[in-house]
Structure formats: structure tokens, C-alpha cells
Write a protein that binds this ligand. Structure first.
Ligand SMILES: Cc1ncc(COP(=O)(O)O)c(C=O)c1O
Length: 404
């Protein structure tokens, strides 16, 4: 590159994803013939609903055309029905919905619609790392409110209020949470909405794990901010087919808001990128017919997996409180530097020629130094495999202790 040419600050500062940071090392181990178990990434192995797969197989148009920038009206009508069923009210219209390329694009559009460079978003750390990736892309700062393993990562609304700075324009919180599994109840949502309304800031509520709630009556979904009074003007919900239907490759999500100006901005961003994927929306529409029993089975399976993982960790001396939602476990390890340990484990350690890839949690914190001894484990593997994973982790920790 000539000396006079250089990248933007945002290009230079773009953070690497801590979720994928060990992928290259893991690939090398796989190339060496090691069987690596991947618990670093939230890629479920649960089969995608048949109806969705069939929608792909039966797509039979002569031309693969652009879709409307805000998504097909049939799909948005279907989504509006889904939300009205969820909210047990008739409050969401197709006009309140913009179909996006995964929940990821919805997050980017939402953040871009309500901030300017120099503003900031407020997150509760440990947080879903792409929030800071997008903040960097948009020239935003991050205000972080720390939640702790000792308090089951509970999000305390009063600490959110204390964490608001002069530049905060939006709070971005996932519920159920990634990486903590924390589920916000209606009272929490109301308290956060009240704070947002009083301070004049938006509430970007990331609800992509809505169906994955455990230790609750069958069919329970985590409450949506859209159901709460006071949400009309300030709530922007981010949603996705990725986790709900175990269809991460479909790249279909949406942004839902009743704020017309936010919708207009998101639509214009959508026009600039022309169109969300065409065929995937047909699959998304078919997915809306997925029977409730699919989710009952999936939730049962994730609950069992969570329990197997929590018990497996307890058997190697690591006690973790079972999270109530999503499919991740944030785990404090008896090591100083969980990243160095995780790198070593995936690249050099094997137990019966098997190894384990996890995500170091330090990159899920904004405050330097926090999370150094923590990792995230995604329980997206079969129960028998999860048992092996905790055995590998236990043996690796023992070997690491001997080594250091
Ligand atoms: C909390 C959260 N929000 C949003 C996303 C975005 O997913 P997608 O773009 O596949 O919809 C993810 C993916 O892991 C996530 O964990």
C-alpha cells in the first residue's frame, strides 16, 4: 500500500469477533485430525422446521428478482400476525415492520436511525459483542453497565439509569440475553422503558431468543417490550429467524417499531441496500406456520442440554447458576487468563483425540480487565457431546494447572 494512503479509524479499530477468534486455531487442529467440539458459536444443530426447508426446495420462479426494500408484504403481514398473537393485541401492522438481512442488519439500521457520530449506546456487560462492532462502524461510543456472575448477571434498572451519559441515545439489551441467558420480566421492561422515556432515549430490544425460556410453563415466551405501555414511540425490536427456527443461514430478520420516523429512516437505509434476500423470505413466511409443538420439543431439549452442561461443570468443580434463557453459559474458570487457556486448549490439548473450542469472554466486556477468567459456552450440541465437552474442559484445566 502506498504510504500516503491509509484506512479510516473505524476500519483500523474494527474489533475482531471474540466468538470467532479461535476459529483459525480450531481449523488447524481439525486439519491435524483432532475432533474439535465447537461451543464457541451459537449455531444450533436442531433441525430447521421441514416447512422452511420445503419452501426452499419448491421455489420455482423464472427470475430471481429483488424484493421490496422493506420486505414482501405477504411476509410482513405474516409477521404482524405473529406479533399480534404474541402480544395478545392488535397493535402491530405490516407497516411497523422492515424485513432485514438477519437481526444483524436490523441492529445496524436501528442504531444508525437514532444516533449520530459522537453519540453512544448503553449496553449491559458482558454483552453481545456485535453491538460494539456496529458502534465502531457508526462512530459511536459505548456506555457499559456491569453485571456480575455473583448476582447471576441480573440487570438492575437503577444501575442502567446511573450508567446513562450525556451522549447516550439508545439502550441496547438482548432478552433472553447473550451471553448471560438473563430474561427480563415485565417489571424490568417497564422500569427500563420509564428510564428511557424520562431521559429521552430509545430502547433497542433484541428479542431474537424470545422462544428459548426455561423452567417456565410450556409455551412461555420472554415478554416483548412491544407489549408494555410507554413503548410506542421509543421501542425498536430486533428479531430474526436464525435462532428461532435453527436457520442461521437464512439471513432473514426484522426491525419492528411503531415510531414512524424510525421506520422511515430504516426504510431509507433499506432502500440504499436495495432488498433483503428473496427466497429466504419465502422460507421465513413458511416458518411462521411452524407448530407450537416444535418449540415445546426444542425448549425441552435445550433445558436438558443446559442441565447436562451445568451438572458436568459442577462435576469438575465449577458451579454456575442455570440461566433462564437463550443457549449460552458464561463461566468463570479457575485460571487467570481464559483467552490464553482457551487458545492452548483448542490448539495443543486433546483428550482421546478430542478437543474443545469456546469463546473467551473478555471481548464481551467493554471495561478493560473484566471477564479475563471467563468463557462463553454455547449449549448447541447433543447432550452426550456436552458431557464429553465438560470432561475435556476438566482434563484441560488440570493439565493447565500442572503446566503453569
Ligand atoms: C443477541 C443476538 N442478537 C442478534 C443476533 C444476530 O443474528 P442474525 O443476524 O443471525 O439474525 C445474534 C446472533 O448470534 C445474537 O446472539
Amino acid at each position: 500500500m502506498p504510504e500516503s494512503i491509509s484506512l479510516s479509524k473505524r476500519g483500523k479499530n474494527a474489533p475482531a469477533s471474540p466468538i470467532r477468534s479461535l476459529a483459525a486455531l480450531a481449523r488447524k487442529a481439525v486439519d491435524k485430525g483432532v475432533h474439535v467440539h465447537f461451543m464457541n458459536i451459537g449455531q444450533p444443530d436442531i433441525p430447521t422446521p421441514k416447512g422452511m426447508i420445503e419452501a426452499y426446495q419448491s421455489y420455482d420462479e423464472k427470475v430471481l428478482a429483488y424484493a421490496p426494500s422493506d420486505g414482501y408484504i405477504e411476509y410482513r403481514e405474516g409477521l404482524a400476525n405473529y406479533y399480534n398473537d404474541l402480544l395478545e393485541a392488535d397493535t402491530i401492522t405490516p407497516e411497523d415492520i422492515i424485513v432485514t438481512v438477519g437481526g444483524s442488519e436490523g441492529l445496524l439500521f436501528a442504531m444508525a436511525a437514532v444516533t449520530d457520530p459522537g453519540d453512544s449506546i448503553l449496553v449491559c456487560e458482558p454483552y453481545y459483542t456485535n453491538y460494539s462492532g456496529y458502534a465502531n462502524m457508526l462512530g459511536l461510543g459505548v456506555d457499559a453497565v456491569t453485571t456480575t456472575p455473583g448476582n447471576s448477571y441480573r440487570i438492575d434498572p437503577s444501575s442502567i439509569e446511573a450508567g446513562i451519559s450525556k451522549t447516550t441515545r439508545a439502550i441496547v439489551i438482548p432478552s433472553p440475553g447473550n451471553p448471560t441467558g438473563v430474561v427480563l420480566g415485565e417489571e424490568d421492561l417497564d422500569a427500563i422503558l420509564d428510564i428511557c422515556n424520562r431521559h429521552g432515549i430509545f430502547y433497542i430490544s433484541d428479542e431474537v431468543y424470545r422462544e428459548f425460556v426455561y423452567d417456565a410453563p410450556q409455551g412461555t415466551r420472554s415478554p416483548s417490550v412491544l407489549s408494555r405501555p410507554g413503548s410506542e414511540n421509543i421501542a425498536i425490536v430486533i428479531d430474526s429467524v436464525s435462532k428461532r427456527y435453527s436457520a442461521c443461514g437464512a439471513r432473514v430478520g426484522c426491525l419492528v417499531t411503531r415510531n414512524k420516523e424510525v421506520r422511515r429512516a430504516a426504510l431509507h437505509f433499506g432502500q440504499a441496500r436495495l432488498s433483503p434476500a428473496t427466497v429466504d423470505q419465502h422460507a421465513g413466511l413458511a416458518a411462521l406456520d411452524t407448530p407450537r409443538s416444535y418449540f415445546d420439543d426444542v425448549v425441552k431439549e435445550y433445558t436438558q442440554r443446559r442441565n447436562v452442561l451445568v451438572e458436568g461443570l459442577a462435576s469438575i468443580g465449577i458451579n454456575v447458576e442455570p440461566p433462564r434463557g437463550a443457549f449460552y453459559l458464561a463461566v468463570a474458570l479457575p485460571v487467570e487468563d481464559a483467552e490464553a487457556f482457551s487458545e492452548w486448549m483448542v490448539s495443543e490439548f486433546t483428550l482421546e483425540n478430542e478437543s474443545l473450542c469456546v469463546a473467551p469472554l473478555e471481548g464481551f466486556y467493554h471495561t478493560p480487565g473484566l471477564g479475563r477468567n471467563e468463557i462463553r459456552m454455547a449449549y448447541v450440541l447433543e447432550q452426550e457431546t456436552l458431557k464429553k465437552c465438560t470432561n475435556i474442559l476438566g482434563a484441560a484445566l488440570e493439565a493447565w494447572k500442572q503446566k503453569n
